[in-house]
Structure formats: C-alpha cells, structure tokens
Design a protein around this ligand. Structure first.
Ligand SMILES: [Zn+2]
Ligand SMILES: [Zn+2]
Length: 355
C-alpha cells in the first residue's frame, strides 16, 4: 500500500475557527500505527474544544481534534508485531504513561503524568492530534480490532459504550435481576441502558426530558421511561419500586439536577455511577449517602479493557449502534456536522465525520 505524503485534516486555527486544510501525513513512531481514518464521531467535548481549546493541547494552527475514531491500519511503526496493515481498528483516546502508580494499577485514564508527552502520555484528539483527518497515528495500547460485522461508524461508538461500562464497573457492577435507573438519554445513557440489560438487570428505567430520545431508549431496551419534565422522577421510581428505589443509578446527563437527583433515586446500600461531564459543581445530599450506606463512583472515560469486551457485544448485536447513529458528514463538512450536533438538528444523537 503506497501512502500519500499529504492529507486533508480539520485543524483548529483559533477558538471557533476550525478549517479543513492540507497537512503532511504523520509517520508512526515506535509501537505506533498509522490509521487511515474512516469515521470519527463528534463527542460532547468536541464543541467545547472548538470553542475554548483544551489544556495542554497542540498549538493553534496545528491542533487536529477528534477522539472517537476508527479506521484501517495503513502502516506500522517499529516494534509493532501484533498488528499489520489492512486490519480494522477502533481507537480509545487515553494512553497512560505506563509507569506512574495509577498506570501500574491499570488506572491509566487517570494517569498522573497527564499531558506530559515526554513521559509517554497521550490523549488523542486532546493533548495530541486526533481523528478529524484522513490519517492519524496511534499507540498500539489504544487500538482495538473489530471484524467486518461492524461498520467503521458502529466502531466509533465503542468509546461511548466504554465510558458507560467503566462507570458501571467502578460503582460495583450490576447484579442479575436488579433495578437500574439511567439518567440522561444521550449516547452514553443509551449505551448504559443496553449494558445494564446485558449485565442482567431485571428492569431498566430511563429518565430524561426529550420524548424522541426516550423513544430511542425504548428501542434499545429500556423497560420503562420517565419524562422528568412531566413526572416527578423521585415519585415515579418510588412507585415503581414499592418505595425501595433503585439498586444502581447511572448518571449520564451531566446536569446539576440529574447529578443531585441520582442520590435521591438510589436505595439503601445502593450504588451510583457518575459518568456525566458537569460544567458546574453539583450539590449532593451527602448525609443521605452516609446514612443510607450508598456507594458513589466516578468513571473517567473508558479505562481497563472495557473496549475489547464491548466489541463482541456489538458484533453479536446485543449492543445496538444503529439507533444512535443519526447523521453523517464528510470531513469538508465538519463545521456543518458540529452545528448539527450542537443544535440537535433533526434530533441528532451521534454525528459521524467520514474523512
Ligand atoms: Zn468523547
Ligand atoms: Zn501514568
């Protein structure tokens, strides 16, 4: 496979100035592969990056964002033995330094050397260039193979599902037959619903405010949906559980209301996973957390080996992707894609850019 020298890439020149321009195709270094990017999904953090940049991101005029991407390996760097050109891979954005105490313990999404390139840390699409380009380099720690059963668009949702699963695991997992409440019917919430079912939840109740998204929740397996704009969610869950409340609450909305409500929806000795991104501090009833013996956990992105374990769940159809993949744009149309995502044009859920 002969590689071109130049490629098209979406480069952030300044805040709110994302341009599609020509760039050199990057060369894979040691233990890295060059990926021909086939699909890169817009994440909730991308519009914030376009508007405000990211701490320790590459300089303006050089920075290529995009971190939920998949493609085909075009070339391998030195020392790569387990991968070869032509293989289909999805990327997970976090590569820990590998030697801080958190990385040694497998907690690489909270690497203590975050942003330090000289220590070997990488956060693709954040502190180093990512997937809004025809080609991107990526370390072998961060790539996951998938079969032709999955499309490249499907595979962009591995990180979305991975974030939900990692949060659920951090909060102690889900036991067969349990009642699980998921707050927030966005992409992560819709993956949390499906993962709860796969993990054996007896009942999954999805709480949200948008009817169209709650309907998608039903489509992917939610047993009950509660529109918290019309119904008091605490009262609804109380009635559904005979006053006991939920064994597990997965908070994905990232809203201050949702964050606080998570603790009101959980039962005594229940568990709460927080995987939303909160733009402001949330006030929680911590006395209830103590008196009710509640276990809280934050889940930072898609740690451990969750992506590799989600691949077979997607390949076998137990985790559905199609209802979430609502829009596609070419790389040249990336700003239109961002606008569609931000303003939820046509009930946009996941918007995929296809270089
Ligand atoms: Zn993301
Ligand atoms: Zn580390």
């Amino acid at each position: 496979m002969s590689l071109p020298k130049r490629m098209r890439a979406a480069v952030l020149y300044d805040y709110n100035d994302l341009r599609v321009v020509d760039r050199d195709v990057p060369a894979p270094g040691e233990q890295e592969v060059l990926i021909q990017v086939k699909a890169c999904a817009i994440c909730g953090s991308d519009p914030k990056i376009v508007a405000h940049g990211w701490p320790s991101c590459p300089p303006m005029g050089e920075y290529i964002p995009g971190h939920e991407f998949s493609g085909v390996i075009a070339a391998v760097g030195s020392g790569v033995t387990g991968y070869r050109a032509g293989e289909r891979v999805a990327v997970e954005p976090h590569k820990g330094c590998g030697h801080c105490i958190n990385c040694i313990r497998g907690l690489y999404t909270t690497c203590l050397n975050y942003g330090k390139l000289e220590e070997g840390h990488r956060h693709y699409g954040f502190t180093v260039n990512g997937g809004y380009a025809e080609y991107a380099v990526c370390h072998i720690n961060c790539i996951h193979k998938f079969s032709e059963t999955l499309s490249y668009e499907d595979a962009t949702l591995l990180t979305t599902a991975g974030t939900a699963l990692y949060g659920i695991q951090r909060a102690g997992g889900i036991w067969p037959g349990e009642t699980v409440v998921v707050i927030g019917p966005g992409p992560i919430g819709l993956m949390a619903v499906q993962l709860a079912k796969v993990l054996g939840a007896g009942r999954v109740i999805l709480v949200g405010t948008r009817e169209s998204r709650l309907a998608t929740g039903k489509e992917v397996g939610a047993d009950i949906t509660v529109n918290s704009r019309e119904t008091d969610a605490v009262q609804a869950i109380s009635e559904l559980t005979g006053g006991v409340m939920a064994d597990m609450v997965v908070e994905t909305s990232g809203s201050t209301g949702g964050g606080a409500q998570a603790v009101e929806l959980v039962k005594k000795s229940g568990r709460v996973a927080f995987v939303g991104i909160y733009s402001e501090p949330v006030t929680l009833n911590l006395n209830k957390v103590v008196q009710w013996n509640v276990q809280l956990a934050g889940g930072k992105a898609e740690g451990e080996d969750v992506l590799d374990r989600i691949v077979p769940l997607m390949e076998s159809g137990r985790i559905k992707t199609k209802p979430l993949l609502t829009h596609e744009f070419s790389l040249e149309q990336i700003n239109e894609g961002m606008n569609t995502y931000i303003n939820r044009v046509g009930n946009a859920l996941k918007v995929v850019i296809k270089p």
